[in-house]
Design a binder for this molecule. Structure first.
Ligand SMILES: C[S@@+](CC[C@H](N)C(=O)[O-])C[C@H]1O[C@@H](n2cnc3c(N)ncnc32)[C@H](O)[C@@H]1O
Length: 170
């Protein structure tokens, strides 16, 4: 059993199709708190940022929660740099492949829900990761496809070791 659920936050940039948005669905199920103002992002939370220099590892402190930026992939390069001045822990997820039908099999390009599940798994909250994925009919596929790397990442001691494990998969 997970020690304690990690708080999940979504900064929603209102750029996606609300019917397909995985962040909105998580908020509907009360699995994450969603807001549309940058200043609501909890300071010192982990921001899942695909362009971050540092990879997420079990060493990271999740006490202030995990934040995902739910925006269109076309805008990530302009939106993330605007958040640099906030006091957040920017972290990239290591090599994992998408299990959702839109980007199936594509490395690194995960939905918000997959990004949360991956981060929770790496940080040791495997049951919470499964609870997030259980709301999506392709959710089990994401966890099955990535079972081996996720298990390995969850035993890494730091970000450097995460990169060394990742190199076995790339
Ligand atoms: C760009 S949005 C796209 C959301 C999509 N429209 C949906 O319905 O889920 C996905 C977000 O998940 C997180 N994310 C996805 N892949 C990631 C990765 N490889 N590393 C870090 N964060 C990632 C980021 O916060 C990113 O902004």
């Amino acid at each position: 059993m997970d020690r304690k659920d990690i708080k999940l936050f979504i900064y929603h940039a209102s750029q996606c199709d609300p019917k397909k948005c995985t962040g909105k669905k998580m908020a509907r199920f009360e699995l994450a708190k969603m807001f549309e103002k940058v200043n609501r992002i909890p300071r010192e939370s982990i921001l899942l940022d695909p362009m971050a220099e540092k990879a997420l590892s079990p060493q990271d402190s999740s006490g202030k929660g995990i934040t995902v930026l739910d925006c269109s992939w076309e805008h990530v390069e302009e939106v993330f740099p605007k958040l640099i001045k906030l006091n957040l822990q920017h972290r990239a997820l290591p090599f994992l492949v998408a299990g959702n039908p839109v980007n199936f099999g594509r490395p690194f390009k995960l939905t918000s829900a997959e990004a949360f599940a991956a981060a929770l798994y790496i940080l040791g909250n495997k049951e919470q990761a499964q609870a997030v994925m259980s709301k999506f009919n392709w959710g089990h596929t994401f966890l099955e496809l990535n079972h081996e790397p996720l298990e390995e990442y969850s035993t890494a001691k730091d970000s450097k070791e995460i990169l060394s494990i990742q190199s076995e998969y790339i």
